[in-house]
Design a protein around this ligand. Structure first.
Ligand code: NAD
Ligand code: TDX
Length: 332
């Protein structure tokens, strides 16, 4: 694995993956990123120039993709429109990037015979009941509930079909909710931390009883690298770190860690079609590839994430007002 093309490498998880690869392998990395509102050049600053090249371009643009793919040994696809609330406002970029973009990458790796890894989400499996202990496995049926999840599910199906029909050497990982540095302030945990830093209150959708299975983004990326290096072609690996929490419990933890009363939050309008619970059974990844998370204490990881947002006000503040104005217009 000498040269890796990382699509979406300027986003929250993709940029962390680039750092992980530079620190843990000898590979050279090319980032292909459209530099949407969700990207950040700052997240790639400080990496050695000899190891990293950044190309601004769209994964759905066949010419750009064709020019790059053949010059690499591996393509990893993090590029996506990633925020559920945006997909409910306008699904079109989700279909374009997540479905058509993945198709364009698949056609290029098919032509060039290049190894492909596709980064996906547990949301393709729909949701689980709150009062059950069941978790998603690699055998769970696809049952996406939201436009975002449906677009990711469509992309997964394309990858599987390209493996079976064309012999493309691909793997897929489906991960649970990530947290950590460089996550956009539109997302749940950064939104609440930055609300508190700004002297405001966390905003919890609906009853706050919805459950998400949190994993630190560094643990997600060590899993992606393990799948790239040791995963079996054609296989899917679920990635999760046994981090189930209700949204209310996360908000109370943030408030406590930031020295505010635990009931100092607002319940706001619920998200349409809001998935109740996600939970990952990652036994295949652990047993087959020997992967394990290092950030197993969620409260510690959250405290470090809070400290990071406190130190990086200059990075998130320019985006904060617009994000909050858009939520306020929806009473969220
Ligand atoms: P993000 O929104 O922070 O970053 C996405 C990146 O993709 C941005 O840099 C953006 O500019 C780029 N991009 C968007 N459209 C593009 C296009 N057409 N061409 C090239 N680049 C484009 O997203 P994230 O949270 O880092 O998620 C990365 C991947 O991981 C996504 O595929 C997402 O579905 C998946 N995932 C995310 C989570 C999570 O909790 N955030 C969990 C599981 C899986
Ligand atoms: O202000 C908020 N208040 C709130 O209660 C926001 C922004 C969210 N929420 C709730 C909705 C969810 O139950 O918090 C939970 C997490 O919300 P998001 O951060 O929007 O994440 P989610 O919709 O669960 O999807 C995330 O995980 C799976 C990522 O955004 C996806 O890209 C990934 O695939």
């Amino acid at each position: 694995m000498q040269k890796i093309l990382v699509a979406g490498g300027a986003g929250f998880i993709g940029s962390n993956f680039v750092r992980h690869v530079v620190s843990n392998t000898d590979a050279r990395v090319t980032v292909l990123d459209k530099m949407t509102y969700a990207s950040s050049r700052d997240a790639l600053v400080g990496l050695p120039e000899a190891r990293l090249q950044v190309v601004v371009g769209d994964i759905a643009d066949p010419a750009v993709v064709a020019r790059l793919v053949g010059a690499h040994d591996v393509v990893v696809n993090f590029a996506a429109e990633s925020h559920n609330d945006n997909a409910l406002e306008d699904p079109s970029p989700f279909v374009q990037t997540n479905v058509v973009g993945t198709y364009v990458l698949l056609e290029a790796v098919r032509r060039e015979g290049v190894r492909f890894h596709h980064v996906s989400t547990d949301e393709v499996y729909g949701d689980l009941r709150l009062d059950a202990v069941e978790r998603f496995t690699e055998q769970s049926p696809y049952r996406p509930s939201s436009p975002y999840a449906a677009s990711k599910a469509a992309a997964d199906h394309l990858v599987r079909a390209w493996v079976r029909s064309f012999g493309v050497e691909a793997t897929i990982s489906n991960c649970s909710n990530n947290y950590g540095p460089w996550q956009h302030v539109e997302k749940f945990i950064p939104r609440q931390i930055t609300n508190v830093i700004n002297g405001g209150r966390p905003k919890v959708y609906g009853s706050g009883e919805n459950v998400r299975d949190w994993i630190h983004t560094e643990d997600h990326n060590s899993a992606v690298l393990a799948v790239l290096e040791r995963g079996r072609i054609g296989e899917t690996y679920l990635v999760g770190a046994d981090g189930q929490q209700t949204n209310l419990d996360v908000v109370r933890m943030i408030l406590r860690l930031m020295g505010r009363p635990e009931d100092d939050y607002d319940l706001v309008a619920d998200r349409a079609g809001h998935d109740l619970r996600y939970a990952i059974d990652a036994r295949k990844l652990r047993a087959e590839l020997g992967w394990k998370p290092v950030h197993s204490n969620f409260e510690e990881g959250l405290a470090r994430t809070i400290a990071w947002y406190e130190r990086h006000v200059d990075w998130w503040r320019p985006h904060k007002d617009a994000v909050e104005a858009s939520y306020a217009a929806k009473r969220m």
